[in-house]
Design a protein around this ligand. Structure first.
Ligand SMILES: *[C@@H]1O[C@H](CO)[C@@H](O)[C@H](O)[C@H]1NC(C)=O
Ligand SMILES: *[C@@H]1O[C@H](CO)[C@@H](O)[C@H](O)[C@H]1NC(C)=O
Ligand SMILES: *[C@@H]1O[C@H](CO)[C@@H](O)[C@H](O)[C@H]1NC(C)=O
Ligand SMILES: *[C@@H]1O[C@H](CO)[C@@H](O)[C@H](O)[C@H]1NC(C)=O
Ligand SMILES: *[C@@H]1O[C@H](CO)[C@@H](O)[C@H](O)[C@H]1NC(C)=O
Length: 223
């Protein structure tokens, strides 16, 4: 057993040593961390073979890590609709908004991912009007899942930019900003990686017929 291994390794080594420059420089590169004197004199051929197999195994490990390293899930808004939009001046300047949205969570990895929560916020000119939280979920390998969220702004007083709001209402259109965010973590081998993705939308709502007249969504880039 040991003898055949020995002949195997010498057979493996013979052509390598007599080969051209690029091949042998690659060989030296792999062995570089060892002091040259030590490796030339002391290391037996089977030992060197072990080092080479270790290096090959390491290269495969690194390559599979790079291939399997989790990629960011991608969010998109597949549906966004208003179920109510109102404006009050009594007892205070306030807004009613009922916004429903469906978020698509796309997983490009070769394994399923789990996220813990989906949070959606709605703002009017920088003022937060309401938040909504949906349960997390599982997204299968290379597929998508859909989550619904409803934002319910019920007679929320507008504190800043009252003049702007009055102007917007007079013009018949208001602009709302929503941000949908998922969070959780991915356990990848022994790494605990944060999972997060965000998509923001600017929604222009028509006050007269209470519908979305335009929306502009853009994903946010996290590292
Ligand atoms: C989202 O909501 C969950 C549950 O309410 C909370 O634990 C989490 O901290 C929130 N995330 C953010 C970014 O606000
Ligand atoms: C929404 O959540 C943020 C934190 O994420 C909090 O500061 C804010 O007060 C919440 N707004 C409402 C209307 O509950
Ligand atoms: C989300 O809402 C849509 C209708 O707006 C419905 O068809 C779908 O089943 C809902 N999805 C979930 C996961 O509740
Ligand atoms: C809002 O919708 C109504 C009814 O469709 C339309 O007459 C009006 O022009 C719209 N307003 C704006 C600002 O587009
Ligand atoms: C509301 O008004 C917009 C124009 O701002 C129009 O495109 C849309 O079809 C109208 N929707 C309804 C339900 O009347």
């Amino acid at each position: 057993m040991a003898e055949s291994e020995n002949t195997d390794s010498s057979m493996f080594h013979q052509p390598l040593l007599s080969e051209t420059q690029p091949q042998s420089s690659e060989n030296v590169e792999v062995l570089a961390p060892f002091p040259p004197a030590y490796h030339r004199g002391g290391l037996s051929k089977s030992c060197r073979c072990g080092v080479i197999s270790c290096a090959i195994a390491l290269i495969f490990l690194v390559a599979s890590f790079v291939l399997l390293w989790p990629s960011k899930p991608q969010l998109s808004i597949v549906q966004l609709s208003l179920n109510g939009l109102g404006f009050h001046t009594v007892p205070s300047i306030s807004l009613d908004v009922k916004l429903k949205l469906t978020v698509q969570v796309r997983n490009q990895d070769f394994y399923s991912i789990k996220y813990d929560w989906l949070n959606v916020t709605i703002d009017y000119r920088g003022q937060n009007l309401a938040n909504a939280t949906s349960e997390g979920g599982l997204v299968n390998a290379r597929s998508s899942s859909y989550v619904n969220a409803t934002l319910d702004v019920d007679a929320v007083e507008v504190l800043s930019d009252v003049v702007m709001l009055v102007e917007d209402v007079a013009a018949g259109e208001i602009t709302l900003d929503t941000e949908s965010k998922i969070g959780g973590k991915i356990i990848f081998f022994f790494f605990d990686l944060p999972l997060k993705a965000t998509i923001s939308c600017q929604v222009i709502a028509n006050m007269t017929n209470e519908t979305v007249s335009s929306q502009n969504c853009y994903p946010e880039v996290h590292l």
